[in-house]
Design a protein around this ligand. Structure first.
Ligand SMILES: Nc1ncnc2c1ncn2[C@@H]1O[C@H](COP(=O)(O)OP(=O)(O)OP(=O)(O)O)[C@@H](O)[C@H]1O
Length: 549
C-alpha cells in the first residue's frame, strides 16, 4: 500500500481534534488493511516501529534529519535550521522546504508503507564507523522519493514526534470499532502484551476468542501497576479489610524475567537494563528457581547497610563502563514484592496468594535478594502498621505501601487497590516544554523551566514555571539538555522537545488563566530530575484537578 494513503490519514487525524471522530477515521482505515500492512500501521500510527514493550527506538537526532532534508531539497543545513526555528516543528519546516523545492525527482517510485517501515528498521541496525553518513543516506533515500506531505510525517516519525494527537487509547478504541470487539477485551489483551499491532492483527483474524488467549510472556516487560495516595493508614486499612503493608523503598522498580536460561531485567519504562546489573542477574539465578517467572521489586543502593539517595542508584543503572568498580562502590539490594508469572500467569490471583508463593520460591539467605518488609494489617493491628511506617522512615526509606490483599495485579493501572503513604508531601511529575535564560550570574543558564502535564488525549498542557530547587550541577545538566532538545528560540525564551521529566513540589494548586491547564502551582520547586521516567509516565491534568479538589 502507498505511504501516501497513511499520510492522508495522519493529516485527517491531525486536523480533527474530536476523539470520536479520530477513532472513526482510524477504524475505517485499519478495517481494510491486510495483515502485513496492519501490523506495520499498528505501530506507525503511534509514530513507532517497535512495540511498546520493546526498549528499542529509532534514536535519530534532529541534526541528522536536518542534514538529510537539506540534501533532499538542495539547500543548506542553516536554511533548514532557520525554517525549523520559524515553524517550531520539523514536519512543518519540511513541508515548506519541499514545496519550494526546485528540482522534482523524475522516475521515482511512490513510497510504500512497507518500504518506509523496512528502511526505518534498517536505521536502527546501523552502528560503527561511518554510521552517521549511512543513516543520512537511508533517510535521504526516503525523502528523495517523498511528496511534501510525506516528508512532513516522515521527518516527524524519524524524530519520534508524530504530533497527530493519537495516543494508545484512541488506537484501542479504533481496533474495537473496526473489528467489533468489546473494549474490555482489547484493554485486557493490551495490558498483557503491550503490543497494539499484534492485538489489531489478532482482533482481525481471530476476534474476541483469539484475544482472550493472549497472555504474559516472560522476556516481554509489562507496564507496572501503580499506586494512588493513601489518606491515612486507618481509613486505607478499613477500606481494604486485610491489607498487605510494606516498606516503600526509594529506589528503582525492577521487573525480573526468566525465560528458560535467559534472565532479563527491565525498568518501569520497560527498558532492558540487564547489562548494568550483573550481580542481580547472578543472584536471582542462584536464589530463585530455574523455571519461567516474572517477579517485581524495588532495587536500592546501599552503603554500610544504609540506603543511598535515589541519584546513586540512577547512576548505577545508567552506567555502561567500569561496572565491576560500581558493583563494589554502590552495592545493590533488591526487595521483591510481587510475582506476576510462575510457570503460568499469576496476575489474576489475589495479592495474598501471590505474596505467599513469592515467599515460598525466594531464598533470602543472600544480601542482595530480599523480600519487602511486610505486615498484614487489619483494623485490629493498626499499631503494627504504624510501627512499620515509623521504622521504615527511621531506616531511611520513603514510607509504606498499603495494598489490598484480595486484588489481582492490573498492569498499567493507577487504582485504589495499591496505596502509598509517605512522610513527604505529594509531588507532580511534569515535562519541560520550554525555558527562559537567566539574568546576571545565571545568564548562560536556562534559569526558569516551563512545565506541562498530559491531558486525556495525550496533549501537553502547561501548568507552571519552575525556577527554584536547582543546584549548579543540575542547572548545568538541564541547560545542556535544553540545548540538545531545542526546537526554537526567541529572545531569552526557548521551546524544547518534551523529553526532560522533573518531579516538582509546591505549596498549593490555584486556578490561573495563565497556563493551558487552567491552573498553576504556587512556589514550585524542582525535587529531582526523573531520568527513570518517560513522557508516558508524567502526571495528568485529571490528577491535578483531583488534587486541587
Ligand atoms: N514495597 C513496594 N511495593 C510497591 N512499590 C514499591 C515498594 N517499594 C517501593 N516501591 C516504589 O513505589 C512506587 C509506587 O508509587 P507510584 O506508583 O506512585 O510510582 P511513582 O510515580 O514512582 O511514585 P513515587 O514518585 O512516589 O515513587 C512503585 O512504582 C515502586 O517503584
Amino acid at each position: 500500500m502507498k505511504y501516501q494513503k497513511l499520510v492522508d490519514v495522519y493529516n485527517q487525524l491531525e486536523e480533527n481534534s474530536k476523539r470520536l471522530e479520530k477513532t472513526r477515521i482510524l477504524s475505517d482505515f485499519i478495517k481494510e488493511l491486510d495483515d502485513e500492512t496492519l501490523s506495520k500501521v499498528g505501530l506507525l500510527i503511534l509514530g513507532r516501529v517497535f512495540p511498546a514493550w520493546s526498549d528499542k527506538e529509532l534514536g535519530i537526532g534532529s541534526k541528522l534529519v536536518m542534514e538529510a532534508v537539506a540534501k533532499a531539497v538542495g539547500t543548506t543545513v542553516d536554511k533548514v535550521e532557520d525554517e525549523l526555528r520559524e515553524q517550531g516543528d520539523i514536519g512543518l519546516a519540511s513541508v515548506n522546504l519541499f514545496s519550494k523545492k526546485s528540482q522534482t525527482t523524475f522516475f521515482s517510485q511512490p513510497l510504500t508503507i512497507k518500504f518506509v517501515f523496512d528502511n526505518l528498521i534498517k536505521l536502527t541496525t546501523i552502528s560503527g564507523s561511518k554510521s552517521t553518513s549511512r543513516k543520512i543516506s537511508i533517510i535521504l533515500e526516503l525523502l528523495s522519493q517523498a511528496s511534501a506531505t510525506e516528508a512532513k510525517y516522515l521527518t516527524r516519525t524519524i524524530t519520534e514526534e508524530l504530533r497527530i494527537g493519537v495516543g494508545e487509547g484512541i488506537v484501542r478504541d479504533a481496533i474495537a470499532e473496526a473489528f467489533n470487539i468489546d473494549k474490555d477485551i482489547i484493554d485486557r489483551a493490551h495490558m498483557l502484551t503491550n503490543d497494539l499491532a499484534l492485538i489489531a492483527v489478532v482482533a482481525k483474524n481471530e476476534g474476541e476468542d483469539g484475544l482472550k488467549k493472549l497472555t504474559l510472556t516472560p522476556g516481554k516487560p509489562v507496564k507496572p501497576m501503580l499506586a494512588q495516595l493513601s489518606e491515612g493508614i486507618e481509613p486505607s486499612i478499613k477500606m481494604m479489610g486485610l491489607a498487605i503493608c510494606e516498606t516503600k523503598y526509594d529506589g528503582i522498580r525492577l521487573q525480573v524475567h526468566r525465560n528458560k536460561d535467559e534472565i532479563n531485567i527491565f525498568t518501569r519504562r520497560l527498558e532492558n537494563i540487564t547489562e548494568a546489573m550483573p550481580e542481580i542477574v547472578k543472584a536471582v539465578d542462584e536464589y530463585l528457581p530455574h523455571v519461567n517467572y516474572i517477579v517485581e521489586g524495588e532495587v536500592i543502593a546501599t552503603r554500610d547497610g544504609k540506603p543511598l539517595s535515589f541519584q546513586n542508584i540512577l547512576h548505577r543503572v545508567r552506567r555502561k563502563y567500569n561496572i565491576e568498580e560500581a558493583i563494589e562502590n554502590v552495592p545493590l539490594k533488591l526487595f521483591l514484592f510481587d510475582l506476576l508469572y510462575f510457570r503460568k500467569s499469576m496476575i489474576d490471583e489475589p495479592l495474598l496468594k501471590r505474596r505467599k508463593k513469592l515467599e515460598e520460591i525466594v531464598d533470602t539467605s543472600s544480601e542482595e535478594i530480599n523480600l519487602s518488609k511486610m505486615v498484614k494489617g487489619t483494623i485490629d493491628n493498626i499499631h503494627e502498621v504504624e510501627e512499620l511506617f515509623k521504622t521504615s522512615i527511621e531506616e531511611g526509606h520513603e514510607g509504606i505501601m498499603i495494598k489490598d490483599s484480595k486484588e489481582p495485579y492490573i498492569p498499567g493501572l493507577r487504582g485504589k487497590k495499591m496505596l502509598k503513604y509517605k512522610a513527604e508531601p505529594e509531588t507532580l511529575d511534569v515535562v519541560v516544554v520550554g525555558g527562559t535564560h537567566g539574568i546576571g550570574k545565571r545568564k548562560d543558564f536556562i534559569g526558569s523551566y516551563l512545565v506541562a502535564l498530559r491531558d486525556e488525549n495525550d496533549d501537553l498542557k502547561t501548568v507552571a514555571h519552575v525556577a527554584t530547587g536547582l543546584d549548579d550541577d543540575t542547572l548545568k545538566y538541564l541547560t545542556k539538555k535544553m540545548e540538545e532538545y531545542k526546537l526554537s528560540e526567541k529572545g531569552t525564551k526557548v521551546t524544547v522537545e518534551p523529553k526532560i521529566i522533573l518531579e516538582i513540589g509546591f505549596s498549593e494548586i490555584v486556578k490561573s488563566p495563565e497556563y493551558e491547564t487552567g491552573f498553576s502551582l504556587r512556589f514550585p520547586v524542582v525535587k529531582r530530575v526523573r531520568k527513570d521516567k518517560g513522557l508516558g509516565d508524567i502526571d495528568t491534568v485529571e490528577r491535578l484537578i483531583s488534587m486541587y479538589k
